[in-house]
Design a binder for this molecule. Sequence first.
Ligand SMILES: Nc1ncnc2c1ncn2[C@@H]1O[C@H](COP(=O)(O)OP(=O)(O)OP(=O)(O)O)[C@@H](O)[C@H]1O
Ligand SMILES: [Mg+2]
Length: 263
Amino acid sequence: MNPPRLTVDAVSVAFSGLRALDEVSFTVEPGTVHAVIGPNGAGKSSLLNALCGIYPVTGGRILLDEHEVTRQRPDRVAALGVGRTFQNIVVSPRESVLDNLMVGRHRLTRAGLVRTALWLGRGEERRHEARVREIAGFVGLSERLDKTAGRLAYGDLKRLEFARALCLEPRLLILDEPVAGLNTAESRELGRLVLAARDALGLTVVFVEHDMGVVMSIADRITVLDFGRVVAEGAPAEVRRNPTVISAYLGAPGEDAQEGAPR
Ligand SMILES: Nc1ncnc2c1ncn2[C@@H]1O[C@H](COP(=O)(O)OP(=O)(O)OP(=O)(O)O)[C@@H](O)[C@H]1O
Ligand SMILES: [Mg+2]
């Protein structure tokens, strides 16, 4: 299946008077990796939540190719092929890695995961499990499938989340801080996996990340948010040189900014 184009057209989100997003627009071309960066509270997670139908959009339009997904329910958006991870890890700690991934075959909803029983025939369940094992192998979790998720090392948990989003067989993959809390080697590895997944599965990817090393190395384009507005957009090299971005986010010119500067 061809990766979709994502069009975000003047999208606004407000919470009782607070404008979390103010007419945000950008386009993610099919098969590209698009980063959204900005200081803490800039509206990055709100944007991802709006894209998934979790936060109500108060203005503007969101399109997946020609299909308008604005104001659709999260399960409907998921059914159109939008898979995601959350900023805070959402796994079932008492269940095995395999079971967590099997749940990933079901759709995500407003409340988190739908914990539906798998009313599948044997053959169908086996097919799902075979695919889940394949995805676990792809992210390097084959050896951990029987382990209880709550006992995983942090790096493996982040990979589990990533793998679970892939288990939904998304066409658009949305990642909220996929490498937060990982060391440099783990971050690079997950960054490499995002690109590998994009290539192998034919995905369009949107991700939020504070780790500028990963952003600059895997993003095709970057949108910069500050106070809910787009303050810059461009290829990594352009964004890195943009004076507004440097003062709002990256730190003084010449500084080796690896982390976002929290306000
Ligand atoms: N569910 C909510 N209800 C009320 N206000 C919210 C809600 N979600 C986000 N906000 C507010 O919207 C603004 C943007 O928050 P958001 O979480 O999108 O920022 P962010 O860019 O993801 O920050 P961070 O880098 O810290 O994750 C903040 O002022 C936040 O307090
Ligand atoms: Mg956030």
